[in-house]
Design a protein around this ligand. Sequence first.
Ligand code: NAP
Length: 472
Amino acid sequence: MAYQTINPYTNEVVKTYDEATPEYIESSLAQAQKLYKQWRNDPVATRIPVLRKLAQIFRDETDSLAKVLTVDMGKLYSEAQGEVQLCAMIADYYADNAEKFLAPRKIDSIAGDAQLENHPLGVLMAVEPWNFPYYQMMRIFAPNFAAGDPIVYKHAANTPASALAFEDAVKRAGAPAGSLTNLFLSYDQVEQVIADPRVQGVALTGSKRGGTAVAAAAGKYLKKSTMELGGVDAFIVAHDADMAQVNEIAPRARLYNVGQVCTSSKRFIVTENHYDEFLANLKKSFAAAKLGDPMDPNTTLAPMNSKKAKEKLQEQVDEAVQNGATLAFVHDPVDSDGQFFLPTILTDIAKDNPAYGQEMFGPVAQVYKVKDDDEAIALANDTDLGLGGIVFAGSAEYGAELASRMETGQVYVNTFFSSLPELEFGGVKQSGYGRELGQNGIMSFVNQELVVKRDAPADNLAGGLVTAAHFN
Ligand code: NAP
């Protein structure tokens, strides 16, 4: 497997990188383990200044850091700048809150003076995707660095420059050696690292394919894991939705980052009274997308991240149409050799169509017509995935009622989906398990060690065990 930057707009092979040697993997793990042993004894507060400095680096160097993303995987420069700024917010958030989140929690118990102490767990292995190369790293780095877990990571094969730029920023922020180490690993090497007894936790963000392989390895070696996987998020247009709002948000919810977002709205589920207007507007908005140089501020739709991703998406669309879906809209061709995928709308996707419930990771909207809101919820839940979702309804309260009926990890009502440091992120079903960001995001890889203390043994404790009678 080659770690290689191929600019998806120009197709230029910018740089190829060598895989990590066994010696480098070993020295990285040894250094990380040594640091973990030290961090076991250091208070959380000792690490906070590094997060503050890291946030500052991401703010001060937004433009140069953003450019690395655009060359690596093609995203719009303006969106890349936004990603860098969000990283600064995440670093600041854990600098502000980590000590509070990790403070011991007193437990009212008859056994004695009991508390849960949050200690680091040990070295973590992270496996991350190319779609938000820095943000995905910051989601895992900032909370776990604060908690005291060193990380080794494998980034996506097509975003090696971003992987290295992130590692470099962390170093320049003053993080001790071993805090975060990029390893250009093969899949077999990922499993070897997971098997290593020094590694105590595994976090993956990616597809079901990657998630299944890495979760299996984590299970085989009994390592705690979190999985942030794909989604076919529903965008529900309820019977009483405000269509001016819907028409503004729906196209963005599908086209942001060229639709390569785990929580992009991939299925628009529209009540029949709004269907014709919805479809007409979506076509108009998709037609207005300006495909071009991602560095050009006038461009609104960048190329996809790679030739491979573009070809896979085309195969999925072709298969959907062969199985009866209607190609309701395709954007005009664009005069470029870049890896552009023309914004596309599919309708009439029957339940037996392979496209039904299939994640299409690019600018393809699936639009479904339903009779009423109950049918919308039933269709939204008729999938093996459950990551995010959007509901537009006549009132926030009614929208929230519908949201609560959705089997998914996170829903936004009458607004655009956003990811912010304080908001827990994660899914259910085959969209994964565990949460990143927010308070839960820092608890994934801590040892919640219970300590019960008293001055002398309790009279009614037999041989150190509380007897059943004691509780009665
Ligand atoms: P992917 O193929 O699973 O890749 C993600 C990472 O896993 C990459 O570093 C990849 O390495 C690695 N990987 C894949 N198979 C592996 C294996 N057998 N052993 C070890 N490592 C392996 O995912 P993708 O298709 O690039 O990314 C898009 C997917 O990620 C979508 O499904 C999207 O919805 C999901 N996603 C989820 C979230 C979330 O928070 N829930 C966020 C973003 C994206 P290589 O690059 O070398 O193959």
